[in-house]
Write a protein of this length. Structure first.
Length: 69
């Protein structure tokens, strides 16, 4: 049995160039759940759920500089 973790079902979906794999242990102190993701560039990382939901995170950071404009 899991703890009372309310998980938004993002597993298997995409956020821009990020394939969302699975939730990571929540950081309740910061109020941010995090997700394990795999970027299209092949780099796995963890990102804040809020960034995935609001569309502000679409990659691991490898293309971030391209999106300034
Ligand atoms: Zn990347």
């Amino acid at each position: 049995m899991n703890d009372e973790i309310e998980v938004v079902d993002l597993s298997g979906s995409w956020a821009g160039n990020l394939h969302i794999l699975r939730p990571v242990a929540p950081h309740y102190r910061s109020g941010c759940r995090r997700w394990r993701v795999m970027c299209f560039c092949g780099l796995g990382t963890e990102v804040d759920e809020a960034g995935l939901l609001d569309g502000s995170i679409t990659d691991c950071g490898c293309r971030a500089s391209d999106k300034v404009a």
